[in-house]
Design a protein around this ligand. Sequence first.
Ligand code: FAD
Ligand code: 2HG
Ligand code: ZN
Length: 457
Amino acid sequence: MTANTGPDWLGAALEEIPGVRVVRDRDELSTFETDWTRRFTGVARMACLPRDTAGVAGVLAFCARTSVPVVPQGGNTGLVGGSVPRGGELVLSTRGLVALSPVDANAAQVTAGAGVTLERLQQHVRAAGFDFGVDLAARGSATVGGMFATNAGGTRVLRYGSMREQVVGFEAVLPNGGVVSRLGGLPKDNTGYDLGSLLCGSEGTLAVVTRLRLRLVPLLPARAVALVGVVVPADAVTLAARLRRACPSLESLELFHPDGLALVRAHSGLRPPFARDCGAYLVAECAARTDPTEELATALLECPEVVESALATGRPEREALWAYRERHTESINAEGVPVKLDVAVPVAGVASFLRAVRGEVGQAAAGARAIIFGHLGEGNFHVNLLGANEHEEAATAAVLKLVASLGGSISSEHGVGVAKAAYLGLTRSPADQAAMRAIKAAIDPSGIMNPGVIFPA
Ligand code: FAD
Ligand code: 2HG
Ligand code: ZN
């Protein structure tokens, strides 16, 4: 391989690795340098796109030998700044790893390259009569590798769990170039440490995942969606608990507030869902082999918290109701560059959290707007702050401390990235952090993998 000399020694060396495309052009590089929110941006030294596992191994082995820091990147839809360079790293894009095996119908599994988008995976497995257990609005760009690396959640966790629960095997390249492959699809395999579980949620700080063996779920053809208005957010919490008990086919329970609805409407032109305004809104989706509309409608009839409701069974009508919830992220982005906080509290603390959080933001950052929505089923809320200006850090600290005081999580489904690294100590003890750092040092001794992510630089 090319000697470590000359101005372009890195690019020249990477280009010698079969199947690796190197990007040096500044215009093309800029597409790898800024995150989806526009909050996180940095200059990449260059980018490379391997087309197979051997290519990834060649790149990582060379970078470890020459101490070149690497930022793995999938669809670049991550919301915590972990997928873009901070300054001078090599971006290793997985977009070339797009192989997709035929669906193994007997095992209800499929093997997907890390760069396969969620949408492509969904189309592929649905054509074979299966479905994938995780769904999220960034499906057109988010890759399965990125979803694994962040242990993505989304709108179906209530029924199927997060990304970790969908993975029966993985292939990954360690920073020394070693390839770990456990793609046999064995639902039971207790041979030593569960490295896949460790890599899931490691945000590119330990390895580059190259392929995943994924568990599939039945494709449920009959669906019903309800959009419900309630008087106060606490009513949505009670209502959610009732629906969980009453509807065995329940798949999603999502929450949003009137300020978020107004923002979505302003940016999308959608009509108001109801004639009168409500204090909070809940989206509930049921899915089954036979039509679950009656199950959902009957359950709602028995819930005194419901003041407004709309029910949809056909796909376009269901999508129209979901749009009020799913279009929050893009509408917030259209308004400005938000501070994104992705937190969770135990079910018992949800009502207290929703009562207190706006007050905390108001005290820390007068005039800031807090748009709060999310996955009520898991107590997972997205607190998006607009207009916090010079008080962004104070408002972030106030919300995360509130979450910690309620026994919650400061990073529920998006990851720590660089955005939350400074706050790790709020919910992870010194012993816990020391164990995580020891793992990082053992697997990535030269510290080339996504430096600054999870652990402060
Ligand atoms: P990237 O953004 O490219 O990377 C994310 C992290 O993973 C980075 O740290 C990166 O270094 C690392 N990484 C990426 N690929 C690999 C790999 N192959 N090996 C090792 N490390 C890797 N998230 C949710 O959990 N639930 C939601 O409901 C949800 N909805 C969203 C809606 C919108 C509109 C948007 C923009 C984002 C949403 N997200 C959601 C966040 C985002 O889509 C997820 O975090 C997703 O998992 C990121 O996938 P990606 O391919 O874009 O990864
Ligand atoms: C969602 O649930 C995503 O829609 C994005 O996790 C959340 O924009 C956000 O803060
Ligand atoms: Zn979410």
